[in-house]
Design a binder for this molecule. Structure first.
Ligand SMILES: Cc1cc2nc3c(=O)[nH]c(=O)nc-3n(C[C@H](O)[C@H](O)[C@H](O)COP(=O)(O)OP(=O)(O)OC[C@H]3O[C@@H](n4cnc5c(N)ncnc54)[C@H](O)[C@@H]3O)c2cc1C
Length: 453
């Protein structure tokens, strides 16, 4: 049997392995640990995916320690229809969902969205009534572990805490990888290599791709704030969709603004990238707050001659970090509207209590571009017609929240690169942004590879 090496045991790598199981000799190489050995030493209400902990590395990948919200839609968390027909995209989503259910994800009934659709349409907002499955942070490790054990039973080999440093190429064809383990360097030969290193490995992947002369493309980023409101304000909406997706076009700039990653009764957390800080949010099963938070993001696309959205996002994050004295900024919506900074005194008088305290009360309009601030104000005003109370003066805004996207590797059909036998999939290759889409890209690449086998 031909040998296939898969780099990364996130959803993309695991689903590629599931598809290839028993059809090829599959070895999965993963830098991180077993799902049950993964730990986060930091206080999760203050920090996520810092480099010292296992939150984004290990079996299950970046979302392995999250509460596992599956968005069962090809255009959420990426856009599968860019790579396959709409019909195939839905089939793939279905296949991914079935695998999660077979391995222990709960069955769910999604409530009827009719009323919300009507309210959103009346306010000129698009509500995407997508099917969602919420696995939960307590059950997700069980599901991931079950998938891994099933793969091992089917003959797939795993080598964990094993970092791939490079790939081997000769005469335009891939021949294996170079592994770094315990300060030793070794070569592992294979007929095919599937790179699925996720966002954590995207810089490494870019370097490999550049060395091979494969083209890449900058992708749009999302820039905005984390909005925090009393949980009661969002209660009826999250009873319909756990993570409701609203999209709107703003009146002044005609920009696309959307809600993302809603955390009912959740916590706003600090997000750290290199020398910059940002924010994010999550919910926990055993610890509930009185608030609900969600990201409110403006899509930013840059065109020639300046296309580097990542550099632009970093410069915004760096400015916000400077203005916040190394902490994220917090402002009440009422203060932003009135053009004044928030202070701890004003925030304490307000009835929405921040769930993230390691912040600097300030003025987000000194850190975010005017266009983005305008989009946020207009977008929240529109959303208030669907979710009354969301744009009240006491609503809290944390900045910056930035969703970077890896550079997209330009590939042929099936995510095969111009190097014969080398495939790039998942978030690290810029072709997905969530678990379901990443998993689907794994299936697409593996099926393409199987045709060649
Ligand atoms: C905190 C958090 C919460 C999230 N919550 C959700 C959610 O609820 N729902 C959802 O759909 N999405 C969620 N996501 C996003 C989701 O996790 C990712 O979109 C998805 O995991 C991407 O899958 P992937 O396989 O492409 O990459 P990843 O899951 O990132 O996996 C890549 C793996 O490759 C390994 N790796 C990297 N480089 C190397 C190397 N050189 N050698 C060996 N191994 C390497 C990494 O250690 C990692 O385990 C969340 C992300 C984070 C960070």
């Amino acid at each position: 049997m031909k040998r296939v090496i898969i780099v990364g045991a996130g959803p993309a790598g695991l689903f590629a392995a599931l598809t290839l199981m028993s059809k090829a000799n599959v070895l999965v190489l993963e830098k991180g640990k077993e799902i049950y050995e993964r730990r986060c030493p930091a206080d999760v209400t203050e920090c996520i995916h810092c480099k010292i902990c296992d939150v984004i590395h290990g079996v299950g990948g970046a979302g392995g320690m999250s509460d596992g919200k599956l968005n069962l839609h090809p255009k959420i968390g990426g856009d599968l229809t860019e790579f396959v027909s709409e019909k195939r995209a839905y089939e793939l989503i279905d296949r991914v969902d079935k695998v999660f259910i077979e391995h222990g994800a709960p069955e769910m009934d999604n409530a009827s969205p009719e009323d919300l659709l009507r309210r959103a349409a009346a306010a000129g907002i698009e509500f995407l009534p997508i099917k969602q499955r919420h696995i939960g942070s307590d059950r997700l490790p069980v599901v991931i572990d079950s998938i891994k054990r099933y793969l091992e039973k089917g003959g797939v080999k795993f080598r964990l805490q094993t970092e791939v440093a490079d790939i081997l190429i000769s005469d335009g064809k891939v021949g294996g990888v170079v592994i770094k383990k315990d300060k030793k360097v070794e070569r592992a030969k294979s007929d095919y290599v599937v790179l699925a290193p996720g966002r954590a490995g995207s810089s490494w992947l870019s370097a490999i791709i550049k060395k091979c002369g494969i083209a890449v493309q900058h992708m749009p980023i999302d820039v905005g704030v984390r909005v925090e409101v009393p949980a009661v304000v969002y209660e009826d909406v999250v009873s319909i969709n756990w993570d409701p997706k609203f999209r709107m076009m703003t009146p002044t700039y005609d920009d696309s603004v959307r809600t993302f990653c809603t955390s009912p009764h959740g916590f706003v957390v600090r997000d750290t990238y290199d020398d910059m800080v940002g924010v994010n949010g999550h919910s926990m099963i055993d610890r509930l707050s009185n608030n609900t938070n969600f990201a409110f993001l403006v899509r930013v696309r840059l065109t020639e001659p300046v296309e580097d959205t990542t550099a632009y996002g970093h410069s915004i994050a760096r400015l916000a970090t400077t203005i916040g004295g190394g902490k994220p900024l917090l402002q009440r919506l009422g203060d932003l509207r009135q053009g004044r900074r928030s202070t701890w005194r004003r925030i304490e008088r307000s009835y929405v209590k921040p769930t993230l305290k390691a912040v600097t009360p300030g003025d987000i309009s000194t850190a975010l571009p005017h266009r983005i601030v305008t989009d946020i104000l207009e977008g929240l005003h529109m959303l208030d017609q669907v979710v009354p109370g969301v744009a009240s003066d006491s609503t809290l805004l944390y900045a910056p929240e930035i969703k970077f996207s890896a550079m997209r590797v330009i590939t042929k059909d099936g995510f095969e690169t111009s190097v014969d036998g080398l495939y790039t999939i998942g978030d690290g290759a810029g072709v997905s942004r969530d678990m379901v889409n990443a998993a689907a890209t794994g299936i697409i690449a593996a099926e393409h590879l199987m045709d060649r086998l």
